[in-house]
Design a protein around this ligand. Structure first.
Ligand SMILES: NC(=O)c1ccc[n+]([C@@H]2O[C@H](COP(=O)([O-])OP(=O)(O)OC[C@H]3O[C@@H](n4cnc5c(N)ncnc54)[C@H](O)[C@@H]3O)[C@@H](O)[C@H]2O)c1
Length: 246
C-alpha cells in the first residue's frame, strides 16, 4: 500500500476522474476525504469506500466557497490530525469560441477551475508547512499546454494551474512540500457529455492508441505522484494522453 494512512483531500471526487482517484487512494491505504457539490452523491462514494474497508469521510464543498473549504479543513484536522495530500480535481467546461463567449461562461470557469484550486491550496498550506510535508496535485489538461478551439476560459485555467505548481515547487520544495500537475488527454467521464458522438470518435481517431483514457488510468498517476515513490518529482506537468499530442 503506497499511501498508507495518508490523509488525502480530493475535490470533485463524486464523479469521473475524482471518483476513480478516491477509489485508487482507498486501495492504496489512504484516509480519503471526498469533497463535492452534492452531499448525497458524496455520501454514496464514502459508503462504497467504507464497505471496501477504507477510512473515508465526505464533505459538501464548493471550491469557490472559502468558508466551506475552511470548515472542511478544520474538521479534517480535528478528526484525522493532519493533511498529507490535496488533489485539486474539481473542474468544469463551458465552451464557446472567443467571439461568442459570455462573461458568465468566462467568470464561472475561472472561479471553479483556477480560483478554486488557489482557494483549496491556500486553505491547507499552513498545515503542510507546519508538518514539514505535503503533496499538492492539480488537474490540468493537454489543453493547458497546447490550448484548444472553443476553450478560451478552460485553457486559461489549465495553463494557470501549471503556473501554480511551478511556483509552489519553487516556494515550498525546501519545506518538504511537492506540487505537480497532471495533464490528461481525453478521458471517458461525464464531463464529455456535451460533446457530440462524432467529435468523440474523431478525437479517438487522433490518439495513437485509438481510444480515450479510462478514469482509472489518470487516478493511477495521481496515486503515484502522491506516493513517496515520486519523492523527487516537483513542479512537473505530466502528460497522460496515449500519445495524442505526438
Ligand atoms: N475528462 C477529460 O477528458 C479531462 C481531460 C483533461 C482534464 N480533465 C480535468 O479533470 C478534472 C475532472 O474531470 P472529469 O472528467 O472527471 O469531470 P466530471 O464532470 O466527471 O467530474 C467533475 C466533478 O467536479 C465537481 N465539481 C464541479 N464544480 C465544482 C465546485 N464548484 N466545487 C466542487 N466540486 C465541483 C462535479 O460535481 C463533478 O463531480 C477536471 O478538472 C477536468 O478539467 C478532464
Amino acid at each position: 500500500m503506497r499511501l498508507k494512512g495518508k490523509v488525502s483531500i480530493i475535490t470533485g471526487a463524486a464523479s469521473g476522474i475524482g471518483k476513480a482517484t478516491a477509489e485508487k487512494f482507498a486501495q492504496e491505504g489512504a484516509v480519503v476525504i471526498v469533497c463535492d457539490l452534492n452531499i448525497d452523491v458524496v455520501n454514496e462514494v464514502v459508503a462504497t469506500l467504507a464497505a471496501q474497508g477504507a477510512t473515508a469521510a465526505g464533505y459538501r464543498v464548493n471550491v469557490t466557497d472559502r468558508a466551506e473549504i475552511a470548515a472542511m479543513v478544520a474538521d479534517v484536522k480535528e478528526r484525522f490530525g493532519r493533511i498529507d495530500v490535496l488533489v485539486n480535481n474539481a473542474g468544469i467546461v463551458l465552451d464557446a469560441q472567443l467571439a461568442k463567449m459570455t462573461d458568465e461562461q468566462f467568470d464561472k470557469v475561472i472561479d471553479i477551475n483556477l480560483k478554486g484550486v488557489y482557494n483549496c491550496a491556500r486553505a491547507v498550506i499552513d498545515t503542510m508547512i507546519a508538518q514539514g510535508a505535503g503533496v499538492i496535485l492539480n488537474a490540468s489538461s493537454v489543453v493547458g499546454i497546447y490550448g484548444n478551439f472553443g476553450q478560451t476560459n478552460y485553457a486559461a485555467t489549465k495553463f494557470g494551474v501549471i503556473g501554480f505548481v511551478k511556483t509552489w515547487a519553487k516556494e515550498l520544495g525546501k519545506k518538504g512540500i511537492r506540487a505537480n500537475a497532471v495533464c490528461p488527454g481525453f478521458v471517458a467521464t461525464p464531463i464529455l457529455k456535451a460533446m457530440p458522438e462524432k467529435v468523440i470518435q474523431a478525437m479517438e481517431e487522433r490518439v495513437p492508441m485509438k481510444r480515450m483514457a479510462r478514469p482509472e488510468e489518470i487516478a493511477n498517476v495521481y496515486a503515484f505522484l502522491a506516493s513517496d515513490e515520486a519523492s523527487y518529482i516537483n513542479g512537473a506537468a505530466i502528460e497522460v494522453t496515449g500519445g495524442l499530442t505526438l
